[in-house]
Each structure stands twice: as C-alpha cells, then as structure tokens.
Design a binder for this molecule. Structure first.
Ligand SMILES: C[S@@+](CC[C@H](N)C(=O)[O-])C[C@H]1O[C@@H](n2cnc3c(N)ncnc32)[C@H](O)[C@@H]1O
Length: 240
C-alpha cells in the first residue's frame, strides 16, 4: 500500500474515541500494579494514559501524531501529561520509569524488524532497574487464510455497510488493511499497514534489548495464554 502514513491524522484523531475497545478499566487495573511512574509509547488520545494517571500513576508519553495529542489535551487532565512528539523507536525522555507500556497492537505500526527491535531497546533505556515493559499485541491468524487475502464484513445495515479488505504477505509479515464504509454520505477509507509479529519473535527482540520475559497472559485479567488466545500481554523485566 503506497503512500501510507503511520501517524494518525486530524480526521482519525477527531473520531478515535468514538469506538473505544471497552477494556480500558481492565487495562488500567493491570498496569497500575507495576508502580507509580509510567511511560506510554504511542500515547494517542490518552485512552489509557488519562485513567491510569487518574488512578495515581505519573504518566509521560511518546507519540508520533500531534493531532492525537491535541485531542488528548482537550480532555480533563490531558494538559498535564508530558508528551515527546516523535517516533517511539527513537525518541524518549531523560527519565526512567517503573513501567513502560505499548498497547493495542501498536508495535506493529513499526514496519521493519529493525525498528521493532529499536523500540524494545528504547523501552529498555527508560526502565528503572526493577521496572517492566508491558506489550499487548494480537496474534496473527492471517497466514492461515486461503491465498492470504480476504474481506471481513464489519457492519451490515440497510443504508450502510462496513468491511475490511486485507492482504497479508507471509514472507515480509506485512498486513495491508483498509476499513471501508459505504453509506449515503459517501465512501470512507481507513487504511492501515502493519508488520505482524509473533510472541517468540518479541521474546528475541527483548533479549537483544537486555530484557527477559517475566509473564505472558491471554488477557488483562490474568487469563492464561493458550493456543486459543487472540492476543498476548507480555511483561518483560530487565535481565540480570
Ligand atoms: C491504535 S493507536 C493507539 C493509541 C493508544 N496507545 C491507545 O491505546 O488508545 C496507535 C497510535 O500509535 C501512533 N504511532 C504510530 N506509529 C508511531 C511511532 N512510530 N511512534 C510513536 N507513535 C506512533 C499513532 O499516531 C496512534 O496515535
């Protein structure tokens, strides 16, 4: 998908919070257990950072999109969070934290293995000696689909339809995806390009960054990670 821009623009920033995932309270409860200071990589509109700060954790952020941060600034408490604008694999703060976290599959927005490794190294640089890096990512199932290309129906009403057009390349691990909505108002495209990564590859990235796996869960409430899990929540600590 040529000309794809990984940073979320003004239109996405405006509508991003209209369809929350519903797991925000569970995410915050899980993350708040790791200490009193946190850095969110790809903080977005503060979907997690704002309630986490509200729960008593001092949160800083890194974010590529000034539009997403501007949206966070409009919300209560959003002006009080320090955000460094830039690429989460390269920029940060001069502080260390009890917790660095990167949720909602966003590691996959880094489109090369090198950048994903660099992101682990950047997270490790910001950890206190007993700090943890928590990452949440979906499990790629696309390789199992026939011909690695498919369309999923997302909504189907009498006056509008929404569907998702996908093409996956198992060699490069790149997924090109376009959410399409058609209604009387017109056609709306929401493209996204991701490099999908499996848990074992994340563990090697962690090792390169001087981290090691402490725990892996299948959900925010300590669900076991099994062959049926749809996502993993991995907790990495500084290797001795
Ligand atoms: C799916 S949103 C997640 C936002 C927030 N973490 C949440 O859970 O709601 C992905 C975010 O990652 C940001 N992003 C994408 N690539 C990035 C990069 N290389 N460095 C920093 N932020 C990035 C986008 O601009 C967007 O705000």
């Amino acid at each position: 998908m040529k000309d794809f821009n990984p940073s979320f623009g003004p239109e996405i920033a405006r509508t991003y919070d209209n369809s929350l995932r519903g797991d925000e309270a569970d995410t915050v409860r899980f993350l708040a257990g790791f200490g009193k200071s946190a850095l969110e990589l790809a903080i977005g509109t503060g979907r997690i950072a704002l309630p986490l700060k509200e729960s008593g954790v001092a949160v800083d952020g890194v974010e590529l999109s000034p539009d997403m941060v501007a949206r966070m600034r409009e919300k209560p408490g959003g002006a009080d969070i320090d955000v460094t604008i830039g690429d989460m694999s390269r920029v940060g703060t001069d502080r260390t934290y009890d917790l660095v976290y990167l949720v909602y599959n966003t590691i996959c927005n880094l489109l090369t293995q090198d950048d994903q490794v660099r992101c682990f190294e950047n997270a490790a640089r910001h950890l206190a000696s007993d700090g943890v890096f928590v990452i949440e990512s979906g499990l790629p199932t696309w390789a199992a689909r026939p011909r690695h290309q498919f369309i999923d129906v997302e909504s189907l009403e009498v006056d509008r339809v929404g569907f998702d057009v996908n093409r996956y390349d198992p060699v490069t691990q790149m997924l090109d995806e376009n959410h399409v909505e058609i209604s009387a108002d017109g056609i709306r495209f929401s493209p996204i390009r991701q490099r999908l990564t499996y848990p074992a590859e994340f563990d090697l990235m962690a090792r390169i960054a001087g981290l090691r796996l402490r725990d892996r869960w299948g959900g925010w409430n300590g669900e076991p990670f099994t062959a049926d899990s749809r996502r993993h929540i991995s907790v990495y600590e500084v290797a001795a």
